[in-house]
Design a protein around this ligand. Structure first.
Ligand code: NAG
Ligand code: NAG
Length: 474
C-alpha cells in the first residue's frame, strides 16, 4: 500500500510559476514514460526524496530540504501552504495519504495535472483546479484566422505565417518591431521643399525602381530583430543609398544602425524607439561609420539593452573624418565617418515624391503599422478590416519608418489601375517580397505620404578620389 501511494505521489507536480520554471529548465531530468508530461516535453522524475532524507519535519522548517533537480524541495509540513514546493513523495511518505487530487486536464491524449502549463501561440495555458485549461487571452502577432481572412478576401495582397513572429503577442510586436516616434508638432510643421515642377506635365514613368536605375548602389533590406529601432535602420539605409548615388559609386557604405542606436542617445530610446529628426541630426553633426566597422548586435533578450557606445565619432577638421576610436571588432579598421546634409521634407504629393526618388534616390517615410501588416507576404498592401469585429486589443497600430525606393502600377481583375510604392522594411529578407513590400500609392495609405524625408550625403571631391582606395583590401 505504502509503495503504491509513493508511486502515485510522485505523479503529482504541484508547482507555482517560479518553481515550475526551475524544474523545467533542468537538463538532468530522468525520463520516464509514465510520469506526467510537462511543458517542453520534460517529465517529472519519480524518486524518493523525503524518504531518502530520512524523514519529514513538523511545522515549518526551512532547512528541511532535499536536492531536487537543479533546485531543492521541502519535506516540512509547511511546504504546500501557499505555492507548493513539496518533494514529490511528501504526501505519500510524510502524510501517508494520497496526494491531493486537484485537477487533471487532457491535451492531445495526455493527462496534465493542475498547475502544469503549455504555450498556445502567444498565450500560456495552465491546467486549472477544475480540470480545465485556463489560457491567457492576449492578441497574438500571428493569428491564423486573420491570415485566412486576408487570403480568402479580395484585398489585393496575401498573408502568411512567419515563424519568427509566431508565439509573440501583438503588443510585443508593436513594442519591439517598430520603433519610430511620431515627429513632434514642430518637426511636422517643417517646411516642405518647393519643387520646380508641374506635376501634370512632368513625365514620370509608370514603373520605377531605384535598384534598377542605380545597380550596386542601393542597399538590401535590413533586419532589426526584436529591437524597436526602425528610426535608426531607416535613417542608416536611406543615407547609405544617397551617399552611394551621390558619390557615383565611389563610396557605397552600408551605414551602421548600431552606431546610431548606441551612440545617438540624446533624447533617443535606442531599442525602445527614437526619432528620425534626432537620427539625421546625429548623421549631420557626428556622422556614422559602416556596418562592417560597427556591426549590429541583435538583442537576444527582451527588454533589450542599448549597449554602450563603442564609437565616439567626431569629425576633426575639414576633410578629415575619422572616428576617434577603433572599430569595435577585430577584423575591420576602416573607421571612416560618413555624414549627411540636413534632411529636407517633401510634399505629400505622390508625383513630387516620385520625382525626388527618380532624381536623387530613395526617401525615408513614416508609416502607421497595423496588426495585419505583420503577416504581409506579397501584393499591394492596404490595411484591411479583417480585425474590425475583434476586441480593441486585437486592433493595434504603432509608428514605423521605412525606405521608399520606387513605384509602379498594376491592374486588378476589374481592370482598374492600382498604384503602389515599392518600399524596404527592416524585418529581414524572409519577410514580404524579399524584405520589400508594396503599398497603395496616392491615397496616403497608413499615412505613408504624410512625412517623407530626403537628404544629401556629404560627399566632397576628395571623397570621390580617395574612397575607392581606402576601401580596397590588400
Ligand atoms: C496540504 O496538503 C494537505 C493534504 O492534501 C491538504 O489537506 C491541505 O489542505 C494542504 N494545505 C494547504 C494549505 O493547501
Ligand atoms: C505557424 O508557424 C508556427 C511555427 O513555425 C507553427 O507552430 C504554427 O502551427 C503555424 N501556424 C499555422 C496557423 O500554420
Amino acid at each position: 500500500m505504502k509503495l503504491i501511494l509513493l508511486m502515485v505521489s510522485t505523479l503529482i507536480l504541484l508547482v507555482g510559476e517560479g518553481s515550475a520554471d526551475r524544474i523545467l529548465s533542468s537538463k538532468r531530468v530522468k525520463r520516464d514514460l509514465t510520469s506526467p508530461l510537462h511543458r517542453g516535453g520534460i517529465r517529472d522524475p519519480f524518486g524518493s526524496y523525503c524518504q531518502r532524507r530520512g524523514g519529514c519535519c513538523p511545522g515549518r522548517d526551512d532547512l528541511c530540504t532535499v536536492p531536487y533537480l537543479d533546485t531543492i524541495c521541502y519535506c516540512d509540513l509547511f511546504c504546500n501552504r501557499t505555492v507548493s514546493d513539496c518533494c514529490p513523495d511528501f504526501w505519500g511518505h510524510c502524510l501517508g495519504i494520497e496526494p491531493p487530487f486537484i485537477g487533471q486536464c487532457v491535451r492531445n491524449g495526455n493527462k496534465f495535472l493542475s498547475g502544469q502549463t503549455y504555450k498556445e501561440n502567444c498565450n500560456l495555458c495552465t491546467c486549472g483546479t477544475t480540470g480545465r485549461w485556463e489560457c491567457e487571452q492576449n492578441a497574438c502577432l500571428i493569428e491564423n484566422d486573420m491570415i485566412q481572412s486576408v487570403n480568402r478576401g479580395d484585398y489585393g495582397w496575401k498573408a502568411t505565417n512567419y515563424s519568427h513572429f509566431y508565439g509573440m503577442s501583438l503588443e510585443d510586436g508593436i513594442r519591439y518591431r517598430l520603433g519610430t516616434q511620431r515627429p513632434s508638432r514642430t518637426i511636422m510643421s517643417m517646411n516642405q521643399i518647393q519643387m520646380n515642377m508641374d506635376p501634370q506635365s512632368e513625365h514620370l514613368p509608370g514603373y520605377f525602381n531605384a535598384v534598377e536605375k542605380w545597380p550596386g548602389k542601393i542597399h538590401e533590406p535590413l533586419d532589426q530583430g526584436n529591437c524597436a529601432a526602425s528610426w535608426a535602420f531607416s535613417t542608416a539605409s536611406v543615407a547609405s543609398d544617397r551617399i552611394s548615388i551621390q558619390s557615383m559609386g565611389h563610396m557605397t557604405p552600408q551605414l551602421s544602425p548600431q552606431n546610431l542606436i548606441s551612440c545617438d542617445t540624446r533624447n533617443q530610446g535606442g531599442c525602445a524607439g527614437g526619432r528620425i529628426d534626432g537620427a539625421w541630426w546625429f548623421l549631420r553633426r557626428r556622422g556614422v561609420v559602416t556596418e562592417d566597422c560597427y556591426p549590429y548586435v541583435q538583442p537576444k533578450q527582451t527588454p533589450v539593452e542599448v549597449g554602450r557606445c563603442m564609437m565616439q565619432s567626431r569629425s576633426v577638421g575639414r576633410g578629415k573624418r575619422q572616428a576617434t576610436h577603433r572599430c569595435p571588432n577585430s577584423r575591420n579598421y576602416h573607421n571612416d565617418i560618413f555624414q549627411s546634409t540636413p534632411p529636407y521634407r517633401l510634399s505629400s504629393n505622390d508625383k513630387e515624391i516620385m520625382k525626388e526618388i527618380m532624381d536623387n534616390g530613395p526617401v525615408q517615410a513614416i508609416m502607421e503599422v497595423h496588426e495585419d501588416f505583420f503577416v504581409y507576404k506579397s501584393g499591394i498592401y492596404k490595411h484591411t478590416d479583417v480585425s474590425l469585429t475583434k476586441p480593441p486589443q486585437s486592433r493595434r497600430h504603432g509608428t514605423h519608418s521605412v525606405r521608399i525606393l520606387g513605384w509602379g502600377e498594376e491592374r486588378d481583375y476589374n481592370g482598374l489601375p492600382k498604384k503602389y510604392w515599392i518600399a524596404a522594411n527592416s524585418w529581414g529578407k524572409n519577410w514580404g517580397e524579399d524584405g520589400y513590400f508594396r503599398i497603395a500609392r496616392g491615397e496616403n495609405e497608413c499615412e505613408i505620404e504624410t512625412f517623407v524625408i530626403g537628404v544629401w550625403g556629404r560627399v566632397t571631391m576628395e571623397d570621390m578620389h580617395n574612397q575607392p582606395n581606402r576601401h580596397r583590401r590588400n
